[in-house]
Design a protein around this ligand. Sequence first.
Ligand code: 5GP
Ligand code: MG
Length: 181
Amino acid sequence: MQDDLARVLFDEATILRRLDQIAAEISRDYRERELTVIAILNGSLIFMADLLRRIPLPLKLDCLSVASYHGGVETTGELIFRQVALPDIAGRHILILDDILDSGITLSAVRQKLETAGPASIRVCVLLQKKKLRRRTVDADYVGFEIEDEFVVGYGLDYAERYRNLPCIGVLRKELITGSS
Ligand code: 5GP
Ligand code: MG
């Protein structure tokens, strides 16, 4: 699997060291407020598991399943919520967790939808943030790493549902992406 990468950007030890820092920041910020984490599936699964085990606070966890990609490398611009009902978040302090902030379409749609349910506060935490002009303005309050505008896989991030179980994050070789030459 790792042979399919053109470059490794962050190995497992580097990722986990950064998670120690973000977890410490979150733990400090939510010391006096009960935290409710909403993780966006499937991409944030591995990130969520490693991050939350580093936060020694009482917290609640819910997941939201959304999709916008349909197997390609570019967003379609349209977000599908797979849930019928949203978690009950009225009056709660919400931290949304996602794998990567790219066009911003996913996080702005999720944030808007959660806002209608009357939470006490909403913050956003992403493992990766691409340096680019976004189609939607969303600010992440906690960011693991900033990366260039390249397609990455591993540590939860997929290409056509593969590579999620790679322990590192890397750039997929161009010739493996269907439709590129
Ligand atoms: P956005 O809505 O911000 O464009 O994209 C968010 C979703 O698109 C992410 O949660 C992720 O699933 C997917 N995505 C965006 N960029 C990448 C990337 O470089 N690699 C992978 N594997 N998925 C990405
Ligand atoms: Mg994805």
